[in-house]
Design a binder for this molecule. Structure first.
Ligand code: NAD
Length: 529
């Protein structure tokens, strides 16, 4: 069992890269077949390199898969309750190390403290949920055989084998580890590829899992470039869980289809918040601001379009702009900020390009609209745009940053129409005092989740329910029962106890046909079928 990592000390405000020694220890968890080029990981807060990880090769991926396959066989033989004990200990370790985990996430992702803490808490919630649910979901289930008494049919759930996880940088801990948890509980091995910008959060979680008693080779972390390591992973996988952009998702899906392996894709979004005329405006303005600017808008579920009913457009927008301007942009390891930095130079460039395109074509900046190099290299102000038209990039493409556009809607039906006019369909929200009407309206929205009077936390936090997107936002779901069962193959074992239900050869077939017809009529009467 590894020794606990010493992540202290850290500076109270903006820490110099004091965690580097611990990050170096974490980097040694990545195993390579030979010396590899180091990949530098930058800190969005500090602007400098905080550590390096190896740029793994295809060979390293194949070796990781070989080790994972060996470990998986022994793991799958353990009773599920024993597997669950490891994940329950992981839950406790996450809570015991809440601040250490948030430090690592903040250092490499540059987000606000509250957003980083949420990642650790979310990982703990998912671990405990599935640790308790797995024994129920994986228990063999008796199914109805065609004829009662003569036979039994039992559905078993067998692990797929080696599941691979390709993760993005925006929630490096949550999206790097929580999908692997149900897969491990189902008896699989897992190989995780974190994004190049944010490898340490997953390595930290792997460290804790080992402390919790997970066999070393069962969860492997491989680091490196997506087109090399990610593509090689699809070649060794029995299941691919991909979270990232729609464009890369399509590439991964094509490769998975070629191998006839199953996959699940959580992709981009262009989510809308629908503000109805009966919404409680102060509360809604604050709630929609949170829906748009959590994690500086680098959240697949965040709203980038606010559709406001005409009747309340002016008073709502006034409050929304005020709520947005009041958000605190800080570079801090404390709880004194609402938004942190963007995660990379590329993200800042994309945000600036989207705003410049909109302004050039006639959009108005109601608040924000500027980079803030005085705070850190990639900071950008929370920004609200008006007079946005459909040919602008912010109207069509996912910005994935702190930029939101407000649009007028004639009425609620028009808001629904505008929300649905997108190839994406991930997560929308409806804001209204009339909860019944809002809930009914929600079902007309084309999206995997819709929240009423909340931006996204309620749907995400309901880990008992499936979560995912439709259209260009994804295929499959995480969370809920399906979030574990997708890592299994259904296997039915049917046992003939006496007699036979098959047709006998020759003339006896006529008697069989009439007997079976009588049996089917009886089955209908007693509602067996
Ligand atoms: P991305 O697609 O560029 O990268 C995601 C991951 O895929 C990274 O680990 C990357 O290294 C890897 N990758 C890149 N090329 C690859 C290839 N050819 N084969 C295999 N893997 C490859 O995405 P990104 O820009 O880093 O992440 C942001 C996107 O992720 C946004 O579109 C966002 O909406 C989406 N996202 C979706 C969800 C969700 O649950 N729906 C959650 C978070 C982020």
């Amino acid at each position: 069992m590894p020794a606990p990592l010493d992540l202290a000390p850290r500076a109270d405000a903006v820490g110099p890269p004091l965690l580097s020694p611990a990050l170096d220890v974490l980097a040694t968890r990545v195993r390579t077949a030979g010396p590899r080029e180091p990949l530098a990981v930058d800190s969005p807060f500090l602007g400098g390199v905080i550590g390096t990880v190896p740029a793994c090769s295809e060979q390293d991926v194949r070796l990781a898969a070989q080790r994972a396959r060996v470990a998986q066989v022994a793991w799958a033989e353990r009773p599920v309750t024993k597997r669950a004990e490891v994940l329950l200990r992981f839950h406790d370790l996450l809570l015991d190390n809440l601040d250490g985990g948030a430090d690592v996430v903040q250092l490499e992702a540059g987000k606000a403290r509250g957003d980083a803490i949420e990642e650790v808490l979310d990982s703990a919630v998912v671990a405990r949920h599935y640790a308790r649910r797995a024994p129920v979901l994986l228990a063999p289930k008796r199914r109805k055989p065609p004829v009662p008494l003569l036979a039994t049919s039992t559905e078993h759930r067998q692990p797929k084998g080696v599941a691979v996880f390709i993760a993005p940088w925006n929630y490096p801990l949550t999206l790097g580890i929580t999908d692997a948890i149900p897969a491990l509980l189902a008896g699989n091995a897992a190989i995780v590829k974190p994004d190049e910008h944010t490898p340490f959060s997953v390595l930290w979680a792997a460290h804790l899992l080992e402390q919790a008693g997970l066999p070393v080779d069962l969860l492997q972390v491989v680091t490196g470039a997506g087109p090399v390591v990610g593509a090689a992973l699809v070649e060794v996988a029995d299941f691919v869980m991909f979270t990232g952009s729609t464009a890369t998702g399509r590439t991964v899906a094509r490769a998975a289809a070629d191998r006839l392996i199953d996959y699940s894709m959580e992709l981009g979004g262009k989510n809308a918040a629908l503000v109805l005329s009966d919404a409680e405006l102060d509360r809604t303005a604050a709630g929609v601001a949170r829906a748009c600017f959590t994690n500086a808008g680098q959240l697949c579920l965040s709203a980038e379009r606010v559709l406001v009913e005409d009747a309340v457009y002016e008073p709502f927008v006034e409050r929304f702009v005020a709520a947005t301007s009041a958000l605190r942009l800080t570079r801090s390891f404390g709880y004194d900020g609402d938004l942190g930095s963007l995660a990379s130079r590329e993200q800042l460039a994309k945000v600036e390009a989207h705003v410049a395109d909109a302004v050039t074509r006639g959009a108005r900046v109601l608040t924000g609209g500027r980079a803030r190099p005085d705070l850190g290299p990639w900071f950008y102000e929370p920004t609200v745009l008006a007079d946005v038209t459909l040919e602008m990039r912010v109207a069509q493409e996912e910005t994935f940053g702190p930029v939101v556009s407000v649009y007028r809607a004639r009425d609620a039906d028009d808001a629904v129409r505008q929300a649905n006019a997108s190839p994406y369909g991930l997560n929308h929200s409806v804001w209204s005092r009339d909860l019944r009407r809002a809930e009914s309206l929600a079902t007309r929205l084309r999206a995997g989740t819709v929240c009423v009077n909340d931006g996204f936390s309620l749907a995400w936090g309901t880990v008992d329910a499936p979560m995912g997107g439709v259209g260009a936002s994804g295929v499959g779901r995480r969370h809920g029962d399906h979030g574990l069962l997708k890592y299994t193959e259904a296997q039915v074992v049917a046992v003939q106890k006496r007699g036979s239900i098959s047709a006998p050869p020759g003339p006896a077939g006529a008697e069989y046909a009439s007997r079976t017809r009588r049996a089917l009529r009886l089955a209908r009467r007693v509602r067996w079928l």
